[in-house]
Design a protein around this ligand. Structure first.
Ligand SMILES: [Ca+2]
Ligand SMILES: [Ca+2]
Length: 167
């Protein structure tokens, strides 16, 4: 008789607390991770072949052929309604990003905690990027080489204009 409490109405709103486990078991069937062509975390469409970037889930656009990336069950209460593989967390625990936005060079968290230690440990800047302490809010420690030698300072040490060989 004590188990009746388990059947109370689902909680609404962003508060999760003890109810967050329920979401884990409530996943839409078929929400499976995959690896995109860019070697990032993706969402496997129901055709079992199309792997779309995590950040294309619940962005308002039907990316999978049948729109399963925009299903109401998936999008109703982000990120609680997401399977864990779609979500990464910022240094501020109230902020979240899509998992494919981690270590992509762009400052999605706003404080660079998706790009810099200690919160996130990323591999070195990829090809096409120049490593420096960047001055532009959009970037953190890697800037696109297309910004090198463009006569605009993007690195606090000016290395984008004086050391970077160029795009
Ligand atoms: Ca989409
Ligand atoms: Ca990022």
């Amino acid at each position: 008789q004590g188990t009746c409490a388990e059947f109370s109405a689902p909680t609404q709103g962003p508060e999760t607390g003890a109810g967050s486990r329920r979401h884990e078991q409530d996943l839409p069937p078929g929400a499976q991770p995959c690896v995109t062509q860019m070697n990032r975390t993706g969402f496997l469409c129901h055709d079992r072949r199309s792997c779309i970037p995590a950040s294309r889930v619940c962005d308002g656009i039907h990316t999978c052929a049948h729109g399963e990336d925009e299903e109401e069950a998936l999008c109703r209460d982000m990120p609680q309604s997401f399977p864990g593989f779609l979500v990464a967390h910022c240094g501020d625990p109230t902020s979240w990003i899509y998992s494919d936005q981690k270590c992509d060079g762009i400052n999605n968290c706003g404080d660079c905690s998706d790009e810099l230690s200690p919160v996130t440990v990323c591999p070195p800047c990829g090809p096409g990027w120049w490593r420096c302490p960047s001055t532009v809010f959009k970037y953190c420690s890697c800037i696109p080489r297309s910004l090198c030698r463009d006569h605009v300072q993007h690195c606090s040490d000016w290395s984008d204009e004086y050391s970077c060989p160029g795009p």
